[in-house]
Write a protein that binds this ligand. Sequence first.
Ligand SMILES: C[S@@+](CC[C@H](N)C(=O)[O-])C[C@H]1O[C@@H](n2cnc3c(N)ncnc32)[C@H](O)[C@@H]1O
Length: 223
Amino acid sequence: MADPDSRAGHTYLDPKILGFVAATHAPHDPALDAAFQAPQREGLPPIQVGPSEGKALQLLLTLVGARKVVEIGTLAGYSALWMARALPSNGHLWTLERSPRHAEVARRNLATAGVTERVTVVVGEALTALAELEAQGPFCAVFIDADKERYDRYGRWAAQHLRPGGLLLADNAFFFGRLLEDSPAAVAMRRFHEQAAQDFDGVCLPTPDGLYVGIRRGRFVSA
Ligand SMILES: C[S@@+](CC[C@H](N)C(=O)[O-])C[C@H]1O[C@@H](n2cnc3c(N)ncnc32)[C@H](O)[C@@H]1O
């Protein structure tokens, strides 16, 4: 059920409730905890997803039986680890990161977690790396979590390289509350949404900053 306030966007979430549900449904695990704490420990920006979003990514990949996955924006490998754990033994995640330092920290965390064989950390500008990855496609899922002013271009790439029924995921879909502003990045984020609506059956889940979830339309998608 909802009430008029929650339908209009009011949230009942607060830090204590968020902490309780995350601890209950995305419980602590040494490798995930190490990857989560890495940005603070290593002097990287602490901008990784929260445990509930990480668990959601993992569950969504499991639901579509994802085997080949692309992540745009690795940081220290926290979300990558959640997703790697959803993959079958012949599955693979390519995670793209322009900062060599972030990539190095991520590689360490992923090695400690024992998922190195299933994950490739690609260092470079995402648009260049995506062009080089095309031969590995079509992909089962793409998760966008990097520079917001290019979400529209990343979304277009995903529409071209996901299989029918493949999953498009994008964090910060509310753009930190600035989605309706006039800045170039807000315009790009709105364009991301508008383009996604054409190629995907999707929804923007009202997580704290919005998690877009869409399924690529195509002949293998049931009505
Ligand atoms: C929000 S963080 C990713 C967090 C990560 N997905 C997680 O939740 O653990 C965004 C990352 O994207 C990287 N990034 C930003 N713009 C990029 C670009 N154009 N190409 C590749 N990486 C980029 C940043 O260096 C940063 O490490």
